[in-house]
Design a protein around this ligand. Structure first.
Ligand SMILES: [Zn+2]
Length: 185
């Protein structure tokens, strides 16, 4: 495999991890940390389930790799993630000394690897990562937008259902008023 095939291979792997997040009702983002073709850590979004704003896919992968390596430095490793990391995760990548970052979709609202900030390549920090963005970008972006589309539809259906329930609750009251009217007359 050449390096672009390798990147696509691991990005597909990260997308499978993202699907696990989606199955748990979480925003589908997946991440895997790889060294010499070996998985050292992997993760997916768990912020809602764990009540933990730091439980992003990248953080899970880094934490797991630290336990595997028994080291908080992750030298010569590549992190693959389906969405451009946020400021927190980008900061953690700098602390962990990950060599290379490969991400799928860009995050124009919160991305900290070139979009809003560029923490992973900031010249004043003592470590810079090699960055390769846009690998399987369309597939990664579709996985996310399909999720949000589905969630909006579910929320709309829930709202409609609630309205229907309220109508059902209102109707017996109306007939009760009519009965009372009859009884009074
Ligand atoms: Zn993050």
């Amino acid at each position: 495999m050449n390096s672009s095939d390798t990147d696509q291979h691991w990005m597909l792997y990260a997308m499978q991890l993202a699907a696990k997040a989606e199955a748990a009702g979480e925003v589908p983002v997946g991440a895997v940390l790889v060294k010499d073709g070996q998985v050292l850590g992997e993760g997916w979004n768990l912020s809602i389930c764990r009540h933990d704003p730091t439980a992003h896919a990248e953080m899970q992968a880094i934490r797991q790799a630290g336990l595997v390596l028994k080291n908080y430095r992750m030298l010569d490793c590549t992190l693959y993630v389906t969405l451009e990391p946020c400021a927190m995760c980008a900061g953690a990548l700098v602390h962990s000394r990950v060599q290379r970052l490969v991400f799928g979709a860009t995050d124009l609202k919160a991305g900290a690897c070139g979009s809003v900030f560029d923490i992973v390549r900031h010249p004043q920090l003592n470590h810079q990562l090699e960055v390769c963005g846009g690998v399987l970008a369309e597939d990664c972006a579709r996985q996310l937008s399909d999720f949000f589309k589905k969630r909006r539809a579910e929320q709309k259906a829930l709202k409609l259902q609630k309205n229907a329930e309220q109508t059902e609750m209102t109707q017996p009251q109306i007939s009760a008023t009519a009965d009372t009217g009859d009884a009074a007359s």
